[in-house]
Ligand binder design. Structure first.
Ligand SMILES: CCCCC/C=C\C/C=C\CCCCCCCC(=O)SCCNC(=O)CCNC(=O)[C@H](O)C(C)(C)COP(=O)(O)OP(=O)(O)OC[C@H]1O[C@@H](n2cnc3c(N)ncnc32)[C@H](O)[C@@H]1OP(=O)(O)O
Ligand SMILES: CCCCCCCC/C=C\CCCCCCCC(=O)OC[C@@H](O)COP(=O)(O)O
Length: 252
């Protein structure tokens, strides 16, 4: 029951905070713009105190690169939104599934913040949205945050990566900046109905340059980036990776 109440409260909090933030965004900037993300970020960053969550962040200097880039990170839960806002650089929009647009005030505030919605059920639609993103990224100098696993995954490992964000980076020749969050399983586990306070280690990794790469390099690039993120994920989570690809808690 306590678990459901905490998650329920999180959803209510998101809805109420969004409903209050929508007028702020409209009054401040008049409509959809990535500049609203600053307002949203400041609101969301207060949520962690209600849940006793702490973020320990390393590598923020890697965000200091000027100009557009593609940020990729692991995706464990709807709670990731707090981790995202904890470190989100200015001028950065996220790619989200289209269904999120229809969540009332939450969808509206995402829209106002510039979130780009994709239809995951249609590869051709998702690809054409991504090529629009490529153009906007370069013309409007924005960064794009993508969850390359394409869905939430709380199983203590990373899912295979979708290639859309890597195509995007190669097509625009911008760097990829990986961000890794340690596993939530010690404090948040829906299967065990566990949701307590906890600490999350976050690491922003050095940019991966894509200058000179072509579409033919995307598969290798995707795999290399995933391997680096996976190693970091296990290290930050205090786990050791096994040769068969599964993960187990380190014996310490
Ligand atoms: C104030 C209070 C506020 C309260 C809170 C409210 C709001 C907070 C505000 C903001 C927070 C926002 C947070 C948003 C989080 C949202 C998280 C999500 O929704 S995650 C789910 C959606 N995201 C993704 O899916 C991204 C990752 N997916 C991809 O990149 C995919 O590749 C894809 C582009 C979606 C396409 O996927 P699909 O499954 O259809 O196809 P494949 O990936 O299998 O690709 C098939 C084939 O095509 C090639 N390909 C892919 N993309 C391209 C491309 N751009 N160009 C060329 N080719 C492409 C790919 O390589 C495959 O070919 P092959 O197998 O031969 O290699
Ligand atoms: C009028 C309709 C009202 C509906 C009320 C909706 C209530 C909104 C509830 C919770 C808000 C939490 C918003 C956090 C945003 C985080 C986005 C997120 O993490 O989405 C999950 C998505 O990445 C992957 O989805 P799947 O794992 O594939 O599934």
């Amino acid at each position: 029951i306590k678990f459901q109440v905490k998650i329920g409260f999180y959803c209510v909090l998101c809805v109420v905070a969004s409903a209050l933030t929508v007028p702020l965004c409209l009054l401040r900037h008049g409509g959809r713009t990535v500049r609203n993300m600053r307002i949203i970020k400041n609101v969301v960053r207060t949520f962690k105190y209600l849940y006793g969550l702490r973020f320990e962040v390393k590598g923020l200097e890697h965000f200091k690169t000027e100009g557009p880039c593609v940020i990729v990170s692991n995706h464990q839960s709807i709670l990731d939104m707090m981790g995202l806002m904890e470190i989100l650089p200015d001028g950065c929009v996220q790619i989200g599934k289209r269904e999120l647009l229809f969540t009332g005030p939450v969808g509206f505030v995402m829209y106002l913040g510039g979130v780009i919605f994709i239809n995951r059920k249609s590869t051709s639609n998702a690809k054409s949205v991504m090529s629009g993103v490529a153009q906007a990224m370069m013309e409007e100098n924005v960064k794009v945050w993508v969850y390359p696993e394409g869905t939430r995954n709380g199983n203590g490992d990373l899912l295979p990566f979708k290639k859309g964000s890597f195509h995007l980076a190669v097509q625009t020749q911008v760097p990829i900046i990986p961000v890794v969050y340690s596993t939530f399983t010690a404090f948040y586990n829906p299967a065990k109905k566990l949701f307590t306070s906890g600490k999350i280690q976050v690491e922003v990794l050095p940019p991966i340059e894509t200058k000179g790469l072509t579409g033919d390099d995307v598969t290798v690039l995707t795999e290399q980036c995933r391997n680096t993120m996976r190693e970091t994920f296990f290290r930050l989570s205090g786990m050791s990776s096994e040769a068969n690809g599964s993960a187990c808690p380190a014996v310490q």
